[in-house]
Design a protein around this ligand. Structure first.
Ligand code: NAD
Length: 343
Protein backbone atom coordinates (compact mmCIF):
# COMPACT_ATOMS: atom_id res chain seq x y z
CA UNK A 1 0.00 0.00 0.00
CA UNK A 2 1.66 3.18 -1.19
CA UNK A 3 1.37 5.76 1.57
CA UNK A 4 -0.14 9.14 0.78
CA UNK A 5 1.94 12.13 1.89
CA UNK A 6 -0.35 14.63 3.59
CA UNK A 7 0.08 17.94 5.44
CA UNK A 8 -2.37 19.64 7.78
CA UNK A 9 -3.00 23.37 7.42
CA UNK A 10 -4.45 24.79 10.62
CA UNK A 11 -3.27 23.05 13.80
CA UNK A 12 -6.00 24.17 16.18
CA UNK A 13 -8.78 22.13 17.73
CA UNK A 14 -9.63 20.09 14.66
CA UNK A 15 -6.12 20.08 13.15
CA UNK A 16 -4.71 18.42 16.28
CA UNK A 17 -7.56 15.89 16.18
CA UNK A 18 -6.81 15.05 12.54
CA UNK A 19 -3.10 14.69 13.29
CA UNK A 20 -3.73 12.23 16.12
CA UNK A 21 -6.10 10.25 13.86
CA UNK A 22 -3.85 10.27 10.80
CA UNK A 23 -0.56 9.37 12.50
CA UNK A 24 -1.52 5.75 13.30
CA UNK A 25 -3.08 5.21 9.85
CA UNK A 26 -0.85 2.90 7.82
CA UNK A 27 -1.85 4.42 4.47
CA UNK A 28 -1.01 8.06 5.33
CA UNK A 29 2.33 9.68 5.90
CA UNK A 30 1.79 12.89 7.86
CA UNK A 31 4.52 15.14 6.45
CA UNK A 32 3.87 17.97 8.89
CA UNK A 33 1.68 20.95 9.62
CA UNK A 34 1.42 24.64 8.90
CA UNK A 35 -0.39 27.16 11.13
CA UNK A 36 -0.18 30.96 11.07
CA UNK A 37 -0.07 31.02 14.89
CA UNK A 38 3.38 30.63 16.46
CA UNK A 39 1.84 29.04 19.54
CA UNK A 40 0.23 26.28 17.47
CA UNK A 41 3.48 25.69 15.56
CA UNK A 42 5.30 25.34 18.90
CA UNK A 43 2.65 22.87 20.05
CA UNK A 44 3.15 20.80 16.90
CA UNK A 45 6.89 20.70 17.55
CA UNK A 46 6.23 19.56 21.11
CA UNK A 47 4.12 16.79 19.57
CA UNK A 48 7.10 15.75 17.41
CA UNK A 49 5.53 16.91 14.16
CA UNK A 50 7.43 18.55 11.37
CA UNK A 51 6.48 22.23 11.11
CA UNK A 52 6.76 23.80 7.65
CA UNK A 53 8.25 27.28 7.38
CA UNK A 54 5.29 28.66 5.45
CA UNK A 55 2.24 27.61 3.47
CA UNK A 56 4.32 28.08 0.31
CA UNK A 57 6.84 25.58 1.71
CA UNK A 58 4.02 23.04 2.07
CA UNK A 59 2.97 23.64 -1.53
CA UNK A 60 6.52 23.32 -2.82
CA UNK A 61 7.15 20.02 -1.05
CA UNK A 62 6.69 17.32 -3.70
CA UNK A 63 6.26 14.61 -1.08
CA UNK A 64 3.06 16.34 0.09
CA UNK A 65 0.41 14.91 -2.20
CA UNK A 66 -2.61 16.06 -0.21
CA UNK A 67 -3.52 18.89 2.10
CA UNK A 68 -6.04 18.79 4.90
CA UNK A 69 -7.58 22.20 5.60
CA UNK A 70 -8.59 22.74 9.24
CA UNK A 71 -8.60 26.53 9.44
CA UNK A 72 -11.49 28.95 10.16
CA UNK A 73 -14.30 28.75 7.62
CA UNK A 74 -13.55 31.97 5.71
CA UNK A 75 -10.04 30.79 4.82
CA UNK A 76 -10.98 27.44 3.25
CA UNK A 77 -11.47 28.84 -0.25
CA UNK A 78 -8.11 30.56 -0.75
CA UNK A 79 -6.17 27.68 0.80
CA UNK A 80 -8.07 25.10 -1.29
CA UNK A 81 -7.50 26.95 -4.55
CA UNK A 82 -3.78 27.42 -3.93
CA UNK A 83 -3.41 23.78 -2.91
CA UNK A 84 -5.30 22.44 -5.94
CA UNK A 85 -3.40 24.70 -8.32
CA UNK A 86 -0.17 23.40 -6.79
CA UNK A 87 -1.33 19.88 -7.73
CA UNK A 88 -2.37 18.74 -4.26
CA UNK A 89 -5.48 16.73 -3.44
CA UNK A 90 -7.56 18.36 -0.73
CA UNK A 91 -9.56 17.34 2.31
CA UNK A 92 -11.51 20.38 3.46
CA UNK A 93 -13.19 20.82 6.80
CA UNK A 94 -16.88 21.63 6.97
CA UNK A 95 -18.59 23.96 6.22
CA UNK A 96 -16.89 23.64 2.88
CA UNK A 97 -17.20 27.36 2.00
CA UNK A 98 -19.34 30.37 2.85
CA UNK A 99 -21.48 30.21 -0.32
CA UNK A 100 -22.32 28.00 -3.30
CA UNK A 101 -20.58 30.52 -5.53
CA UNK A 102 -17.31 30.01 -3.63
CA UNK A 103 -17.76 26.25 -3.75
CA UNK A 104 -18.35 26.26 -7.50
CA UNK A 105 -15.17 28.26 -7.98
CA UNK A 106 -13.18 25.71 -5.99
CA UNK A 107 -14.79 22.73 -7.73
CA UNK A 108 -13.93 24.23 -11.10
CA UNK A 109 -10.28 24.55 -10.04
CA UNK A 110 -10.30 20.95 -8.77
CA UNK A 111 -11.68 19.73 -12.07
CA UNK A 112 -9.17 21.70 -14.10
CA UNK A 113 -6.30 20.51 -11.93
CA UNK A 114 -7.69 16.95 -11.99
CA UNK A 115 -7.34 16.67 -8.22
CA UNK A 116 -9.64 15.18 -5.57
CA UNK A 117 -11.49 17.64 -3.36
CA UNK A 118 -13.41 16.03 -0.50
CA UNK A 119 -15.22 17.54 2.46
CA UNK A 120 -14.93 16.13 5.95
CA UNK A 121 -18.60 15.43 6.69
CA UNK A 122 -17.52 13.04 9.42
CA UNK A 123 -20.87 12.88 11.18
CA UNK A 124 -22.13 10.48 8.52
CA UNK A 125 -20.08 7.96 10.49
CA UNK A 126 -21.72 8.81 13.87
CA UNK A 127 -23.24 5.65 15.45
CA UNK A 128 -26.42 7.52 16.53
CA UNK A 129 -26.99 8.63 12.92
CA UNK A 130 -26.34 5.08 11.70
CA UNK A 131 -29.02 3.76 14.11
CA UNK A 132 -31.56 6.10 12.49
CA UNK A 133 -30.34 5.03 9.05
CA UNK A 134 -30.90 1.42 10.10
CA UNK A 135 -34.44 2.24 11.30
CA UNK A 136 -35.19 3.83 7.93
CA UNK A 137 -34.29 0.54 6.26
CA UNK A 138 -35.51 -2.14 8.70
CA UNK A 139 -39.01 -0.64 9.23
CA UNK A 140 -39.03 -1.72 12.90
CA UNK A 141 -41.16 1.35 13.64
CA UNK A 142 -42.96 1.18 10.30
CA UNK A 143 -42.66 3.87 7.66
CA UNK A 144 -40.84 6.82 9.17
CA UNK A 145 -42.73 10.06 8.62
CA UNK A 146 -41.05 12.42 11.12
CA UNK A 147 -37.41 12.81 12.07
CA UNK A 148 -36.33 15.32 14.69
CA UNK A 149 -32.58 15.82 15.02
CA UNK A 150 -31.24 18.10 17.73
CA UNK A 151 -28.00 19.08 19.37
CA UNK A 152 -28.40 21.19 22.48
CA UNK A 153 -25.82 22.80 24.72
CA UNK A 154 -25.76 25.65 27.19
CA UNK A 155 -22.27 27.07 26.65
CA UNK A 156 -23.10 29.73 24.08
CA UNK A 157 -20.99 30.01 20.92
CA UNK A 158 -17.48 28.72 21.62
CA UNK A 159 -14.11 30.22 20.69
CA UNK A 160 -13.28 33.43 18.84
CA UNK A 161 -13.88 33.32 15.07
CA UNK A 162 -17.13 31.38 15.49
CA UNK A 163 -18.65 34.69 16.74
CA UNK A 164 -17.67 36.58 13.58
CA UNK A 165 -19.99 36.67 10.58
CA UNK A 166 -17.23 37.41 8.06
CA UNK A 167 -15.34 34.35 9.28
CA UNK A 168 -18.31 32.06 8.77
CA UNK A 169 -19.35 31.94 12.43
CA UNK A 170 -22.69 30.88 13.83
CA UNK A 171 -24.44 27.60 14.40
CA UNK A 172 -25.97 27.03 10.95
CA UNK A 173 -22.47 26.80 9.49
CA UNK A 174 -20.99 25.05 12.51
CA UNK A 175 -23.45 22.30 13.52
CA UNK A 176 -26.25 22.92 11.02
CA UNK A 177 -24.06 21.76 8.17
CA UNK A 178 -23.62 18.36 9.87
CA UNK A 179 -27.26 17.84 10.79
CA UNK A 180 -28.61 19.01 7.42
CA UNK A 181 -26.08 16.80 5.66
CA UNK A 182 -27.29 13.83 7.72
CA UNK A 183 -30.92 14.55 6.81
CA UNK A 184 -30.01 14.95 3.14
CA UNK A 185 -28.35 11.53 3.09
CA UNK A 186 -31.18 9.91 5.11
CA UNK A 187 -34.19 11.24 3.24
CA UNK A 188 -34.15 10.42 -0.44
CA UNK A 189 -36.75 13.02 -1.40
CA UNK A 190 -36.42 16.66 -2.41
CA UNK A 191 -37.51 19.44 -0.08
CA UNK A 192 -41.02 20.72 -0.79
CA UNK A 193 -41.20 23.44 1.87
CA UNK A 194 -38.75 24.93 4.32
CA UNK A 195 -39.42 27.01 7.42
CA UNK A 196 -36.64 28.31 9.63
CA UNK A 197 -35.88 30.61 12.50
CA UNK A 198 -32.49 31.76 13.66
CA UNK A 199 -31.78 32.68 17.29
CA UNK A 200 -29.70 35.74 18.16
CA UNK A 201 -30.67 35.82 21.84
CA UNK A 202 -27.03 35.94 23.02
CA UNK A 203 -26.50 39.21 21.15
CA UNK A 204 -23.85 38.00 18.70
CA UNK A 205 -23.80 39.05 15.05
CA UNK A 206 -24.17 35.36 14.14
CA UNK A 207 -26.88 32.86 14.99
CA UNK A 208 -26.51 31.08 18.34
CA UNK A 209 -29.02 28.42 17.32
CA UNK A 210 -31.85 27.66 14.95
CA UNK A 211 -34.81 25.47 14.13
CA UNK A 212 -35.39 24.32 10.56
CA UNK A 213 -38.48 22.37 9.52
CA UNK A 214 -38.45 20.64 6.16
CA UNK A 215 -41.36 18.94 4.45
CA UNK A 216 -40.07 16.57 1.81
CA UNK A 217 -41.94 15.69 -1.36
CA UNK A 218 -42.60 12.14 -0.07
CA UNK A 219 -44.44 13.68 2.90
CA UNK A 220 -41.71 13.10 5.47
CA UNK A 221 -41.14 15.96 7.90
CA UNK A 222 -37.74 16.65 9.38
CA UNK A 223 -36.92 19.08 12.14
CA UNK A 224 -33.32 20.12 12.65
CA UNK A 225 -32.44 22.17 15.69
CA UNK A 226 -29.27 23.47 17.27
CA UNK A 227 -29.22 25.36 20.55
CA UNK A 228 -26.46 26.82 22.66
CA UNK A 229 -28.78 28.18 25.37
CA UNK A 230 -30.42 24.88 26.36
CA UNK A 231 -29.76 24.17 30.04
CA UNK A 232 -32.01 21.13 29.67
CA UNK A 233 -31.43 19.18 26.48
CA UNK A 234 -34.06 17.53 24.31
CA UNK A 235 -33.17 14.09 22.90
CA UNK A 236 -30.59 13.89 20.11
CA UNK A 237 -33.15 12.05 17.91
CA UNK A 238 -36.93 11.68 18.12
CA UNK A 239 -38.30 9.62 15.25
CA UNK A 240 -41.89 8.67 14.52
CA UNK A 241 -42.99 5.83 12.28
CA UNK A 242 -46.38 4.40 11.44
CA UNK A 243 -45.77 1.53 13.91
CA UNK A 244 -43.74 3.12 16.66
CA UNK A 245 -41.50 5.84 18.03
CA UNK A 246 -37.74 5.83 18.68
CA UNK A 247 -35.73 8.12 20.87
CA UNK A 248 -31.96 8.39 21.06
CA UNK A 249 -31.08 10.55 24.03
CA UNK A 250 -27.45 11.20 23.33
CA UNK A 251 -24.27 10.22 21.51
CA UNK A 252 -23.86 7.35 23.99
CA UNK A 253 -26.84 5.73 22.19
CA UNK A 254 -29.01 5.67 25.31
CA UNK A 255 -32.62 5.60 24.22
CA UNK A 256 -35.57 3.39 23.55
CA UNK A 257 -38.09 2.29 21.00
CA UNK A 258 -41.81 1.68 21.60
CA UNK A 259 -43.60 -0.25 18.88
CA UNK A 260 -47.21 -1.24 18.35
CA UNK A 261 -48.02 -4.96 18.85
CA UNK A 262 -50.98 -4.77 16.53
CA UNK A 263 -53.38 -5.98 19.26
CA UNK A 264 -56.51 -4.11 18.24
CA UNK A 265 -58.51 -5.37 21.26
CA UNK A 266 -56.29 -3.46 23.66
CA UNK A 267 -57.86 -0.06 24.23
CA UNK A 268 -56.51 2.68 26.49
CA UNK A 269 -58.33 3.56 29.70
CA UNK A 270 -59.17 7.23 30.33
CA UNK A 271 -56.84 8.94 32.78
CA UNK A 272 -57.06 12.04 34.93
CA UNK A 273 -54.94 14.72 33.25
CA UNK A 274 -54.59 18.03 35.09
CA UNK A 275 -58.12 19.08 35.93
CA UNK A 276 -59.70 16.92 33.23
CA UNK A 277 -60.02 13.44 31.84
CA UNK A 278 -58.46 12.11 28.64
CA UNK A 279 -58.50 8.88 26.68
CA UNK A 280 -56.69 10.31 23.67
CA UNK A 281 -53.55 11.06 25.66
CA UNK A 282 -53.73 8.07 28.00
CA UNK A 283 -50.78 5.65 27.74
CA UNK A 284 -51.54 2.72 25.45
CA UNK A 285 -52.55 -0.48 27.23
CA UNK A 286 -49.73 -2.90 28.02
CA UNK A 287 -50.90 -5.28 25.30
CA UNK A 288 -50.88 -2.58 22.62
CA UNK A 289 -47.18 -1.77 22.71
CA UNK A 290 -43.81 -3.23 23.54
CA UNK A 291 -40.46 -1.70 24.27
CA UNK A 292 -37.57 -2.80 22.07
CA UNK A 293 -33.88 -2.12 22.13
CA UNK A 294 -32.63 0.25 19.47
CA UNK A 295 -31.13 -1.62 16.50
CA UNK A 296 -27.41 -2.11 16.23
CA UNK A 297 -26.04 0.27 13.63
CA UNK A 298 -24.28 -1.09 10.57
CA UNK A 299 -20.95 0.64 10.85
CA UNK A 300 -19.48 2.07 7.65
CA UNK A 301 -17.17 -0.27 5.75
CA UNK A 302 -14.37 2.24 5.52
CA UNK A 303 -13.34 5.36 7.39
CA UNK A 304 -13.55 8.81 5.84
CA UNK A 305 -9.78 8.88 5.62
CA UNK A 306 -9.45 5.49 3.92
CA UNK A 307 -12.18 6.43 1.46
CA UNK A 308 -10.22 9.58 0.60
CA UNK A 309 -7.07 7.50 0.21
CA UNK A 310 -8.81 5.04 -2.11
CA UNK A 311 -10.42 7.85 -4.09
CA UNK A 312 -6.99 9.35 -4.73
CA UNK A 313 -5.08 6.10 -5.31
CA UNK A 314 -7.69 3.83 -6.88
CA UNK A 315 -10.32 6.17 -8.29
CA UNK A 316 -12.86 4.83 -5.74
CA UNK A 317 -16.21 6.56 -5.37
CA UNK A 318 -16.14 9.22 -2.68
CA UNK A 319 -18.60 8.57 0.17
CA UNK A 320 -19.00 12.32 0.68
CA UNK A 321 -19.93 13.57 -2.76
CA UNK A 322 -19.44 17.17 -3.78
CA UNK A 323 -22.96 17.40 -5.22
CA UNK A 324 -24.34 16.48 -1.77
CA UNK A 325 -22.14 19.08 -0.12
CA UNK A 326 -23.35 21.63 -2.68
CA UNK A 327 -27.00 20.77 -2.01
CA UNK A 328 -26.54 21.43 1.70
CA UNK A 329 -24.62 24.66 0.99
CA UNK A 330 -27.55 25.87 -1.11
CA UNK A 331 -29.99 24.91 1.63
CA UNK A 332 -27.99 26.86 4.23
CA UNK A 333 -27.97 29.91 1.95
CA UNK A 334 -31.74 29.60 1.60
CA UNK A 335 -32.10 29.38 5.39
CA UNK A 336 -30.07 32.59 5.82
CA UNK A 337 -32.27 34.34 3.24
CA UNK A 338 -35.67 33.17 4.43
CA UNK A 339 -35.41 32.52 8.17
CA UNK A 340 -37.30 34.48 10.80
CA UNK A 341 -35.08 36.03 13.42
CA UNK A 342 -35.51 35.63 17.18
CA UNK A 343 -33.69 38.23 19.27
P1 NAD B 1 -9.46 26.58 15.78
O1 NAD B 1 -9.64 28.04 15.92
O2 NAD B 1 -9.33 25.74 17.01
O3 NAD B 1 -8.20 26.27 14.85
C1 NAD B 1 -7.97 26.91 13.64
C2 NAD B 1 -6.47 27.01 13.44
O4 NAD B 1 -6.23 27.52 12.13
C3 NAD B 1 -5.80 27.97 14.43
O5 NAD B 1 -4.72 27.32 15.05
C4 NAD B 1 -5.34 29.14 13.54
O6 NAD B 1 -4.16 29.74 14.00
C5 NAD B 1 -5.14 28.45 12.21
N1 NAD B 1 -5.23 29.32 11.05
C6 NAD B 1 -6.08 30.36 10.82
N2 NAD B 1 -5.92 30.86 9.57
C7 NAD B 1 -4.92 30.13 9.02
C8 NAD B 1 -4.30 30.16 7.74
N3 NAD B 1 -4.66 31.03 6.81
N4 NAD B 1 -3.30 29.28 7.51
C9 NAD B 1 -2.91 28.39 8.46
N5 NAD B 1 -3.47 28.32 9.68
C10 NAD B 1 -4.47 29.16 9.95
O7 NAD B 1 -10.69 26.08 14.91
P2 NAD B 1 -11.23 24.59 14.79
O8 NAD B 1 -12.28 24.37 15.81
O9 NAD B 1 -10.09 23.65 14.73
O10 NAD B 1 -11.96 24.66 13.38
C11 NAD B 1 -11.21 24.60 12.19
C12 NAD B 1 -12.09 24.06 11.08
O11 NAD B 1 -12.51 22.75 11.42
C13 NAD B 1 -13.37 24.86 10.86
O12 NAD B 1 -13.68 24.88 9.50
C14 NAD B 1 -14.41 24.08 11.64
O13 NAD B 1 -15.73 24.26 11.17
C15 NAD B 1 -13.93 22.67 11.43
N6 NAD B 1 -14.34 21.73 12.48
C16 NAD B 1 -14.85 20.54 12.09
C17 NAD B 1 -15.26 19.63 13.03
C18 NAD B 1 -15.82 18.32 12.57
O14 NAD B 1 -16.31 17.55 13.38
N7 NAD B 1 -15.75 18.02 11.28
C19 NAD B 1 -15.15 19.92 14.40
C20 NAD B 1 -14.59 21.14 14.76
C21 NAD B 1 -14.18 22.04 13.80
Amino acid sequence: MEKLGIAIVGYGGMGTYHASTLIPEEYFDLKGIWDIAKKQRALAEENDLHVFESFEAVLEDKSVEAILIATPNDSHKAIAIQALEAGKHVICEKPVMLSTEELDEVLAVAEKADRIFMVHQNRRWDPDFLVIKELMHNHQIGEIFQIESRVHGANGIPGDWRHVKAQGGGMILDWGVHLLDQIHTLVDSPIKTMRADLSFVLGNEVDDGFTVTLIHENGLKSVVEVGTTNYVKLPRWYVKGTEGTAIIEDWDLSGTMIVATGDSTATPQPIQAGVGLTKTMAPPSEEATEELALPTPHMMNESFYFNFYRTVREGAEPIVKNEEVRYVMQLMERIFEEADVIQ
